[in-house]
Design a protein around this ligand. Sequence first.
Ligand code: ZN
Length: 465
Amino acid sequence: MKKAEDFSEWYNEIVEKANLTDKRYPIKGMNVWTPYGWKIMQAIDAHIRHEFDSTNHNEVCFPLLIPEDQFAKEKEHIKGFDAEVFWVTHAGLNPLDVKLLLRPTSETAMYPMFAIWVRSHADLPLKTYQIVNTFRYETKQTRAFIRVREIHFFESHTCHADLEDAERQVKEDYAIMARLSKKLCIPYKLLKRTEWDKFPGAFYTVGIDTLLPSGRSLQLGSIHQYKENFSKPYEIKYEDEKGEHKYVHQTTYGMSERLVGAVVALHGDDKGLVLPPDIATMQIVIIPILAKGAVDQVTEEARQLQKDLKDAGFRTHLDERDLRPGAKYYDWELKGVPLRLELGLRDMEKEQVTFVRRDTGEKSLHPRTHVVDEVRKMLSTIAGDMLDMIQKEMDANTVTVDTLDNLPGKLIKTGWCGGEDCGREIEARSNKNILGTPIDGEKFEGVCVICGKPTDKPVYLADAM
Ligand code: ZN
């Protein structure tokens, strides 16, 4: 299957052939993580945990079930999720007095507890996160990692004394995303969603969007400023230094297994997955090239090479299966291992190791004595090049327009005055979604594509995945 010909088919086939998830489980949209796929997800989770732990967030784990009356407290929030929740109506044979739902996200599970936990200004900021499964009844066609009904989900929830501190948190979240994107080798844009597309209950929402090869946008996550929108209905108050009771300001940051989907979609090629070195289950695979009469000698040296690399901290696999090297190359290319090391008798005589990059297919020879340093350099080069390549593709697939006629299937940038009427008209005429306005102060000089008013803010539009 060719990625360039039918992206959607290609994606499904790669996920299945690389055995990342098994969708034969008898509930649609609830897939089974296989060992290989789960290790990739866990590697991503480890980076996320590291980021949030080192910015003074504390990991928590809340119950899966939420009582209906707690869920219903914030009116916009419940309107936004009403049609998507799974309900628990019975306990054993008895109908429940208060129905329970499976969390679609955890605001309504956490905030009644935050109201108990937060007492004084000394309790603030309260910075928590959890990595749990959430449930949403998706009615659109499901797709592995990208649109599922049981979602491996990350969510941070914070409480602050005032808006200023909550805004500081949002900026810290942007910085965290910048660091994570380097690990994932995924470029993205931070786009402030429109009023009519923000998270239900949020004061504002910033989407983290990337662009798929199909020209569709994919939301990788989102960062929300809630202000006091949830703390008021949930009564999350604190006593300040003067003894006054005030509502906290809150933020959240959500990401999910879509990060795996984005890695598959953006980096994979016609041979299979291409995994970024920082999240690859195996970073290096060693293939011994066994010649007659030198089997023991090469095997022994390959094992020593694996030991040296493992001792240096690299996730290294030695493929000693009784297969031709070509068959092994095929397997590991499909699995996306970033770097293949080949070692044969000739390499040993010349005291060298052959490196083959998964991303470019490039071959190079490196001295055996410096192999650890050379591998470290090569993995770092691969990661940098992978990010650059996708960034260039994203830039090439972004077009600035001053008319909404005959739009290509790409990321579209145009002028918008910011008015809701014009915004809705843009969406109607372009038949695309407004992703939002960039928050990084991207320069723009032009006019609103609808009303012609001068504006210094562009808006991005795309077909959403
Ligand atoms: Zn306008």
